[in-house]
Design a protein. Structure first.
Length: 360
């Protein structure tokens, strides 16, 4: 009887012991805590809203209509990841794109004959003609002369020229009285200029005196250099040498000198041979103040009879200097005026000179 009562009691105790053991945590396991607080940091991305089932169009950004998350594609790494080929001076726009390179405008090549005196070539262009006069005088003893000068461009490297001393004002050496008068000129000559380079050429001419007959050979080496985009120019040796061939060497500057040589005046006596010729070292400079206005200066030394000393037929070296301006009111017309000395050793050689040139 007691055994039957003891068995149920033992069964209840055994069941209670098993329940107590199951409720205890395992050794080493963390104790069970309440719900964990959300971790700090960026909030998880929200799932895109699902498109209505009735809209068959795909979601923006390439997503499907079912509202699935869009897979982002990673950009390929740059070819120059270390930046060795980067140009810090390359211009960038706001978006980071390189601006197109700015191309400089190519200078327009000028055509036609320049209005600027400093930029003009040594010879005229083909088929262009120029006719001009250059009256000049000295104050004591008074002498004056004027010559007609013409030139014509045959090619861009060859030019033909003509000079004629058509008048002079002087005291005629053939008369015993001292009286100024206007006399017709008798000196004329042809010349040819050949351009060797843009800055240098050679000129060969034949000055000729009509009565009595006199002849010479004139040689020039005209040079011209331009600077500062044609604002300045210098030149030299355009009338370098004049060599007597028959009787005397005619000049195109003063008709009085030709008349005196023709009659053989001076200590050598009448009808005697005069100077063997002249050697002239000359140069000029041009400052182009405005396109149609230039300041021009000329300086040089003339050795008459090729001598550096005074002789019976010459006064020795003569240093000349002139300065003036040239105005071009039209592209075909030049006007000029200058003053200076034909010989610095003689104050009376001071005088004015003019210029008038017309091109067609």
């Amino acid at each position: 009887m007691r055994l039957h009562r003891l068995i149920p009691v033992l069964s209840v105790c055994l069941a209670a012991s098993v329940s107590t053991v199951a409720a205890q945590p395992k050794k080493g396991a963390p104790a069970k805590k309440g719900p964990a607080a959300p971790a700090k940091g960026p909030a998880p991305a929200k799932e895109p809203a699902k498109a209505p089932a009735t809209d068959p169009a795909p979601a923006p950004g390439g997503g499907s209509a079912s509202g699935e998350a869009v897979q982002k594609t990673e950009d390929a790494p740059p070819g120059d990841i270390e930046g060795r080929d980067e140009n810090p001076d390359a211009p960038k726009t706001i978006e980071g794109e390189t601006k197109p390179a700015v191309m400089k405008a190519t200078p327009v090549k000028r055509t036609g004959y320049p209005i600027e005196e400093a930029m003009r070539p040594i010879v005229l262009p083909p088929n262009m003609s120029e006719v001009g006069i250059g009256p000049h005088a000295q104050v004591s003893p008074y002498q004056g002369a004027d010559a007609l000068r013409a030139r014509y461009g045959i090619t861009n490297k060859v030019q033909l020229g003509l000079t004629y001393v058509f008048a002079g004002v002087f005291d005629d050496p053939r008369t015993s009285t001292k009286k100024l008068g206007i006399h017709g000129g008798k000196a004329v000559g042809l010349d040819v200029t050949v351009l060797l380079q843009d800055w240098v050429g050679v000129r060969l001419g034949v000055p000729f005196y009509i009565d009595p007959v006199a002849l010479s050979i004139a040689i020039g080496v005209p040079m011209k250099w331009q600077f500062a985009d044609g604002k300045y120019a210098i030149g030299a040796l355009d009338d370098f040498l004049n060599i007597r061939v028959k009787r005397f060497a005619p000049t195109f500057y003063q008709e009085a000198a030709n008349a005196a040589a023709a009659v053989g005046t001076g200590s050598m006596g009448t009808n005697t041979i005069q100077s063997k010729g002249q050697l002239r070292f000359s140069g000029y400079g041009i400052m182009q103040y405005q396109p149609n206005l230039a300041f021009v200066g000329r300086l040089g030394v003339t050795l008459d009879d090729f001598s550096t000393t005074r002789t019976d037929s010459t006064d020795g070296p003569a240093t000349f200097i002139r300065a003036g301006l040239q105005y071009t009111p039209r592209k075909y017309l030049d006007l000029g005026i200058s003053i200076g000395f034909d010989n610095l050793a003689h104050a009376g050689s001071f005088g004015p000179a003019g210029l008038l040139a017309f091109r067609i």
